[in-house]
Design a protein around this ligand. Structure first.
Ligand code: NAD
Length: 360
């Protein structure tokens, strides 16, 4: 297969971790006979500095022409001025909108070798392997709002969902569950919110098309508890935007380190392989405290490339090979500083990439 991948390395440790991810993709290409062509583009703080915009038009054009987009991270203290006309995060929101990405997928798999790195008890975490899917384009973040006036008395935000917005993300979640352990937990607050009652009704309707997938409705407050009490009992979890925003961060803490967790954002645009044109990125930020030191953990970005291979290129065996190579390196006791324990061998960013590539 030939594939064109736009690389938005971004700021801080972004370029360091995307370099390692490309190293892994090159190795996958070599081993499985694929050609991956990379198209580096600017987004975030580096784009503000070079082009005066966090999301240059050329970047959007290149992403729309690509088979998939790989992103490092954006942002840093030098662009933190709240009065600046543009900010790195605007680039991120802009590209999500331009690619119409409506679902964010965050798998959380607790690796036995890293179970000690989590704040949760090992007996609770054992066997945790879940996928949280957050709706990205609707809900309270995008509904009508009113700021408090000068008197600061009242303000409001509005949670709005339409049937098609719910249908498409629930369908995507049901398909994902079908490829996993065939269990879907749909999160809502149907006992209080009208938008949640629509969410639940549409979910029940869509799930009639998936009789092989077991459906459970969980109230969001209960889910916040269950995630830390019985995380291993869930397979795929789907939630609207605000609930998903909070639950994905909570779920990410199960795994212990930000440096380990990948994500994918998928939409309704297809690439030339008739697969979703997705954006793949680690869940962590640009870690300005580590930038330029060669110590950042590249595994979240490397695991994001596994998601890219799986979802945008349909290369499941290749995706599994990348995940197996990461597991093999961890099993050998190799760690970056953020996940190190007294018994491990600590390596830097590039060496970690080399070792994963060698295992491939
Ligand atoms: P962060 O994720 O960058 O860092 C939080 C902590 O985790 C830091 O101690 C950092 O050193 C550590 N960390 C993060 N990634 C790591 C890795 N790969 N290996 C080892 N340790 C790692 O979050 P922050 O400090 O809140 O934000 C820093 C900047 O990143 C801000 O400008 C923020 O706006 C931006 N940010 C960007 C994204 C994105 O691009 N998607 C997401 C979150 C934050």
């Amino acid at each position: 297969m030939q594939a064109k991948i736009v690389v938005l390395a971004g700021d801080g440790i972004g370029p360091e971790v995307t370099d390692e991810a490309q190293k892994i993709l090159d190795k996958v290409g070599q081993r499985f006979g694929h050609t991956f062509a990379y198209d580096p583009q600017l987004m975030g703080g580096c784009a503000i500095d070079r082009c005066g915009s966090s999301l240059p038009e050329a970047t959007v054009e290149a992403c729309l022409q690509a088979d998939a987009v790989l992103l490092g991270a954006v942002g840093g203290p030098q662009w933190d001025n709240p009065n600046a006309p543009d900010r790195p995060e605007r680039g991120l929101l802009g590209i999500r909108k331009a690619l119409n990405l409506f679902a964010n997928l965050r798998p959380v798999k607790v690796q036995p070798e890293l179970i000690h790195a989590s704040a949760i008890k090992e007996s609770v975490l054992a066997g945790t392997d879940l996928l949280v899917i957050r709706e990205l384009t609707g809900g309270v973040y995008f509904g009508p709002r009113q700021e408090a006036g000068a008197e600061g008395y009242q303000a409001f935000d509005t949670m709005i969902y339409t049937r098609p917005e719910i249908e498409r993300v629930v369908r995507l979640a049901a398909e994902a569950a079908r490829g996993r352990h065939k269990k879907l937990a749909s999160v809502d607050k149907a006992n209080v919110l009208a938008s949640s009652r629509l969410w639940r009704r549409v979910t029940v309707e869509v799930m009639q098309e998936y009789p092989d997938v077991e459906l459970e409705h969980v109230l969001v407050d209960a889910m916040a508890m269950h995630l830390i009490r019985r995380p291993a009992s869930f397979d795929v979890i789907v939630a609207e935007n605000l609930f998903g925003d909070i639950l994905t961060d909570e779920a990410s803490m199960l795994a212990g380190s930000m440096g380990m967790l990948p994500s994918a954002s998928l939409g309704d645009k297809q690439n030339r392989h008739q697969l979703p044109l997705g954006l793949y990125e680690p869940i962590h930020g640009s870690a300005p405290d580590l930038a330029g030191k060669g110590v950042a953990n590249p595994l979240a970005t490397i695991l994001s490339t596994a998601m890219l291979l799986r979802h945008s290129l349909g290369l499941e065996a290749e995706a599994q090979a990348v995940e197996a190579a990461v597991n093999a390196v961890l099993a050998a006791g190799i760690r970056t500083g953020d996940i190190a324990d007294p018994k491990s061998e600590v390596v830097g960013t590039a060496t970690m990439g080399d070792l994963v590539a060698a295992h491939l």
